[in-house]
Design a binder for this molecule. Sequence first.
Ligand SMILES: Nc1ncnc2c1ncn2[C@@H]1O[C@H](COP(=O)(O)OP(=O)(O)OP(=O)(O)O)[C@@H](O)[C@H]1O
Length: 628
Amino acid sequence: MDDWEEEGTASSAPVSSYTPNEGAFSGTQTDMLKGDGGEFGSDGNSWNSDGNRGGFSGRGSRGRGRGFGRMDQSEFSGGNNGMCENGFRGRGRGGRGGRGGFRQGGDHGEGGSFGGGYRGKDEDFFAQGEDKGPSKDPTAGDRPKVTYIPPTLSEDEGSIFSHYETGINFDKYDEILVDVSGTNPPRAILTFDEAALCQSLKNNVAKSGYLKPTPVQKHGIPIIAAGRDLMACAQTGSGKTAAFLLPILQQLMADGVAASRFSEIQEPEAVIVAPTRELINQIFLEARKFSYGTCVRPVVVYGGVSTGYQIREISRGCNIVCGTPGRLLDMIGRGKVALNKLRYLVLDEADRMLDMGFEPDMRRLVGSPGMPSKENRQTLMFSATYPADIQRLAADFLKTDYLFLAVGIVGGACSDVEQTFVQVTKFSKREQLLDLLRTTGTERTMVFVETKRQADFIATLLCQEKIPTTSIHGDREQREREQALADFRSGKCPILVATSVAARGLDIPDVQHVVNFDLPNNVDEYVHRIGRTGRCGNTGRAVSFYDPEHDDQLARSLVTILSKAQQEVPSWLEESAFSAHGTSSFVPQRKSFASTDSRQGPHLGSSQDNGTNVQLAAPNAADEEEWE
Ligand SMILES: Nc1ncnc2c1ncn2[C@@H]1O[C@H](COP(=O)(O)OP(=O)(O)OP(=O)(O)O)[C@@H](O)[C@H]1O
């Protein structure tokens, strides 16, 4: 990960990028979706109607926008009249610094004392014990400054509490087996009333449309309220965020937390970390929602956004800081966030936060000046997947008597997602994707690909076929990433092509469909990706393109995942699983439940099954992304 730190975020992205907010689709979306003549969704051929391709203008000496398969580069450099107008811009490292708009010095000189030797991934460099402002970083050169300031959030209650409905399978959550291991776990609650929330929190829970707690909330809330450390595992989309936010907020309220007020140094009571900018922002919005009308003030910090802006936000008061690790450490290093009063440390997507990519940052965080020892803070970890080796590592951060909460199968796929596999060759994938999207029409669909370049390429392809598409990946500017998500959320672009940067945690209403155009290289990643659909009791579908030439190392783990989720396993996949490892002893498991606290011996969770997934803590393709 560290090799991939973002260089100025905003303008140094090395590959071509897709800019819907710069005209890629603007002005043409409605027409396309209105489908006069049934352009979208009704008639596959109509997607192919006259090209209007273009909008690729190479910039910089190493723009990687070239050589997109069968596309002729000339297709990207001309005619700007159609839907892909200005859609892609090849950007090269050679062009870095040439965009004066990012060179304002507004964020310089904010540095405070720093004791960790941390190199902020976005802009800044620090050295042990001295304040080296960004401008003094010898390697920074003329690296452009990040000046992006996200749009002001609406104060309107309707938008703060907007939510989608729970689905038909919401009540089935109650049937999922739950296992809590560790000593003296507190009793689960059955209702939000039993959580003894203060009136403001009760109101906010009701306004959020929460009628009853999900299993991870029923067990997690009392565990956290009892002051215990927790490692919690529950399937994607089953309410883990509220499971940690509500008890933390309740405790802060009950203890009469000081109302936040202006100070250059803030001492938050809680720190929440997550691996991607979009996810941490989402968690922040949830924290803002649940703390509405209280004196608790959450703040969010993440890369790609003006540091000066975030410092100002922090200084206005900060009880809960939500951050991606790099920017959070940066703020700590600058002396803007002090950890002396910290009571709660939350790692969302904890297995990701502790894998090779982020573990060093997590160790820096817990080793930061002022950070209470693990005995003197409450540490809470949440994820849908927990490889056993990561669990063992996680124990370093937790008190020895932490509780392990397993809702259903650790590492199991969400059972509300119908999983389908299609055998493909690498040459047939594109046509198959087009065929698929022609049948799904305007259904909101996330298409996962392996690389940033591939994301651009597929987005271009779909765009050329007049399928309203946007994309998100680590080489897009933050403004573009946020615009892409907004366009996807609103349905303006119902297709989102994404790298694994969007695989975890994102809670987007009405995603009916996930397509794995490229399968990931480990099965936990697969579980998270398909979990973008089928959330909160709703049903969803996932279609994965399986290329036997490329994906056979995943076959066994996939068979296990499918079996455990009571899904049909294609016979060719089962055969592939057998032959991939040359053994006849492979028997797919059909367990409905497995307790998988690594303290209790052999781990039965997804990642360890059959010992086939050897990439647990290894970086996956997404580690090439700038995540945070
Ligand atoms: N008790 C509840 N009643 C109704 N809706 C709920 C409840 N708890 C959570 N939700 C909603 O369910 C959705 C999924 O919740 P959340 O994002 O916390 O899932 P998650 O378990 O963290 O998923 P992931 O593993 O993908 O991160 C959110 O829209 C959330 O507001």
